[in-house]
Design a protein around this ligand. Structure first.
Ligand code: ADP
Ligand code: MG
Length: 413
């Protein structure tokens, strides 16, 4: 059997930690097997930004994108390679640019998820367009912001319809705060969303292809301490529900690599934020969970290139809406049906078989590396790059402790 070479491209911004981890693990893994006794060599390259001819053929079979959400030249390159060259993308800009938070709320409400009541209000400051004055005079209906807010109920959240990273998000308790926040929103389009108050747990899950890690999140803590290392913080039933919701969202939108935030109150799960084109996988935020994230990213990328998984740009909304629109189907049954659709889309079973057969060594490779001095140097460099000098020692010890806990637990296994 001849050996084939596959090139994976990384489109990066400022991050160094996870790309180094990803490159190192693939390098340490070496040549891997595939279906029918085939052999596969994987190259990883960091993509540079330069003029491109629309007819150029890219050398990448798969690209992990962390840049296009704010840098548009590479975004347009991604569109070209998606449309013309069938490059497999985590994530495709076609699925994200038009499907921000607002679109995700809409689709998931129709699917029957418990999205809190959400209202989109018109711009505070109108778009700068010569046609606006005429159009608004003729068609804009004046509205009473207080009335809208009262109907949603206080407290509520005001947040940008396409937001991320908490920018422009405020918790509003009364009319005065409502007007202050709306006045400040300027040209940003805002949602008013009912608050899920008094929730028990904030569950933040990270999904990569057919795998999901549900983590306990503490938004009130500083960045390094937001993910708690906590194993049985959800009942098995609620845990499954969070996983089903995360997978549904990703399969529905063809998102490969995404995070999903759910608030859990009693045994009810309320998804509030789940359109994240560039989910956080930093070493200093995920710490204990970082090895899982990198290993899973390696597994999914290798599965896709070695099996030649075809990217799918078109959505298949009808199959999901047939479930969502069925007024007689209980919520639990809908979730089970979505789970089947999602597992089918992500080829969950075939993926597990592939990993068991061809990536059986990977967990050992990850463990060896995370326990090595090389990893420790990456940890030190990452902390030095992020924190002021007087905090280096404390944070290095902190993250060493958390990663060390992971290593200890794996070694016992
Ligand atoms: N409906 C809500 N109920 C309770 N808390 C909320 C709600 N919406 C947002 N929040 C809080 O505000 C934070 C930021 O809002 P989110 O929708 O996650 O926006 P972003 O995309 O900027 O992360 C959430 O992590 C959560 O702590
Ligand atoms: Mg959020």
């Amino acid at each position: 059997m001849p050996e084939s070479t596959h090139c994976i491209g990384l489109l990066l911004g400022t991050e160094e930690d996870w790309p180094t981890a990803f490159e190192t693990l693939i390098d340490r893994l070496g040549t891997i097997g595939g279906p029918g006794g085939s052999r596969h060599r994987i190259e990883v390259q960091r993509i540079t930004i330069e003029p491109f001819d629309l007819r150029d053929r890219p050398r990448y079979e798969l690209v992990v994108d962390r840049l296009a959400y704010w840098y548009y030249h590479p975004r347009e390159w991604l569109k070209k390679v998606a449309l013309m060259d069938d490059v497999y993308l985590l994530n495709s800009p076609f699925t994200f640019q038009s499907m921000e938070k607002h679109a995700a709320y809409c689709a998931m409400i129709r699917c029957g998820l418990k999205v809190p009541r959400t209202v989109l209000v018109p711009f505070k400051r109108p778009p700068d367009n010569a046609r606006f004055a005429y159009t608004a005079a003729k068609y804009n209906r004046s509205f009473d912001l207080d009335e809208v807010a009262e109907s949603v109920g206080y407290p509520l959240f005001m947040k940008p319809y396409d937001g991320g990273q908490w920018v422009g998000v405020s918790r509003i308790a009364d009319s005065a705060a409502l007007h202050r926040a709306y006045d400040a929103s300027g040209e940003r389009l805002m949602h008013l969303q009912a608050a899920i108050d008094g929730y028990d747990v904030f569950a933040r899950s990270l999904s990569i292809g057919p795998e999901t890690m549900v983590m306990r999140f503490r938004p009130e803590e500083p960045l390094h301490n937001r993910y708690a290392v906590s194993h049985d913080f959800l009942t098995p039933q609620v845990g499954d529900e969070v996983v089903a919701i995360s997978r549904l969202i990703n399969a529905f939108f063809r998102w490969e690599f995404n995070s999903c935030e759910c608030l859990v109150r009693g045994d009810e799960v309320f998804p509030i934020d789940y359109a994240n084109a560039c989910p956080d996988i930093g070493l200093t935020s995920l710490h204990y969970y970082f090895p899982w994230a990198i290993r899973t990213l390696v597994r999914w990328c290798l599965y896709c290139v070695v099996t030649g998984r075809r990217p799918q740009l078109d959505l298949d909304t009808r199959r999901y809406f047939d479930v969502g629109d069925d007024a007689d189907m209980p919520y639990e049954d809908k979730l089970a049906a979505y789970r089947r659709l999602a597992d089918d889309y992500f080829e969950a079973e075939r993926y597990e078989e592939f990993c068991a057969k061809h990536l059986a060594d990977l967990d050992e490779v990850v463990l060896d590396w995370v326990a090595s001095d090389e990893f420790d140097r990456l940890l030190i460099d990452t902390v030095r790059g992020l924190y002021p000098a007087h905090e280096h020692e404390a944070f290095i010890a902190h993250f060493r402790g958390l990663v060390g806990q992971w290593v200890g637990e794996q070694a016992v296994r």
